[in-house]
Ligand binder design. Structure first.
Ligand SMILES: [Zn+2]
Ligand SMILES: [Zn+2]
Length: 335
């Protein structure tokens, strides 16, 4: 089978012919049908995860079919349609693991970062960490939910989203466009902030009521004119300056949730923070419960990501195009 491999930081994607792996006790073998390309894959290529293990097969937005099961796997059968997120495994017994918060487990293993991921035709995964895909969700639409959708959904949940909230979304890439779709489906209101004026039409078509061009308008002023500011700002673009500039555009008691990791510190004014009782928080992808919930929600509300289909052979180009900001929606390898 074919696998795309990164040998270390700042290396090009290399292809390798490998034997199909065999599932061990408690594992399943997944025939990968679609795998999304996440900004995290680019960070992996750039060497920005100190805990990454190279050589590695990237990819943590996996959607596929179970091909084979290992010993002691009882809940899943060959033919079951499943997905796998960045949460490859965790200890299973710490406070976080028993509290539906496995993504904060100190023993967590990351799909496609510390364990081989979905940039290959077949991969093994622990049976307890794969999620069944709802029947009406096809593989290509499901893949971007495994990280982009999950991260946004979990971030909104932890930021205290409620129907009617005004949510500002910074950036309209993989996470950003799913944030617009999810917030609208949850009866929230959306403004999109972007440095690309040409994303305005897409933002409105996805359901945003405002588009704020960061090259023309001050984000804080524009957001404050939106009935006093945003209740939640979902910061998906990994640009610290955009986050700092937008922060005073939060309503009183508002929360900025940082999902994209900028290389620089995010320095907000303590007066904006204290006097408006505002919060600045981060949020990693999400738990298995979050994943089940976002899949169910997407299925019930017919959430369909904007996808650029590619083949696995394009892996090198996909990362390059992502680096240059040229991908529309989410790039997904279709096997
Ligand atoms: Zn990701
Ligand atoms: Zn744990």
């Amino acid at each position: 089978m074919k696998a795309a491999v990164l040998d270390g930081p700042n290396k090009d994607v290399r292809f390798e012919e490998r034997d199909r792996p065999a599932p061990r006790r408690g594992e399943v073998l997944i025939r990968v049908r679609a795998c999304g390309v996440c900004h995290g894959d680019l960070m992996l290529q750039l060497g920005q995860f100190p805990f990454a293990r190279y050589p590695i097969v990237p990819g943590h937005e996996v959607a596929g079919v179970i091909e084979e099961i290992g010993e002691d796997v009882t809940e899943l059968q060959p033919g079951t349609r499943v997905g796998l997120s960045a949460l490859f495994s965790s200890c299973g017994s710490c406070k976080q693991c028993v509290g539906d918060d496995e993504f904060l487990c100190s023993q967590m293993q990351f799909t496609g970062i510390t364990r081989d991921g979905g940039y290959e035709e077949f991969m093994v995964a622990p049976a307890g960490y794969v999620a069944r895909l709802p029947d009406n969700l096809d593989f290509v639409d499901a893949a971007p939910l495994m990280c982009a959708g999950l991260t946004v959904f979990s971030g909104l949940r932890h930021a205290g989203f409620a129907p009617g909230f005004r949510v500002a979304v910074i950036g309209l890439g993989g996470l950003g466009h799913l944030a617009v779709l999810l917030v609208r489906a949850m009866n929230g209101r959306v403004a999109v902030l972007s440095t690309s004026a040409d994303k305005g039409d897409q933002a409105l078509a996805l359901g945003a009521e405002r588009f704020i061009d960061l090259k023309v308008e001050s984000s804080a002023t524009a957001l404050r004119s939106w009935e006093g500011g945003a209740d939640i700002i979902v910061a998906t673009s990994p640009v610290a300056d955009s986050m700092v500039a937008a922060f005073p555009g939060l309503a009183l008691n508002g929360t900025m949730v940082v999902l994209g990791a900028p290389p620089d510190n995010i320095a907000v004014s303590p007066f904006d923070l204290i006097m408006g009782r505002r919060r600045l928080m981060g949020s990693p992808a999400g738990s298995r419960k979050d994943l089940r919930d976002v899949l169910e929600f997407a299925s019930a509300h017919n959430i369909r990501p904007t996808v650029t289909r590619m083949s696995l052979e394009d892996a090198g180009n996909a990362l390059k195009e992502m680096h240059e900001g040229r991908i529309r929606g989410r790039a997904v390898f279709v096997m």
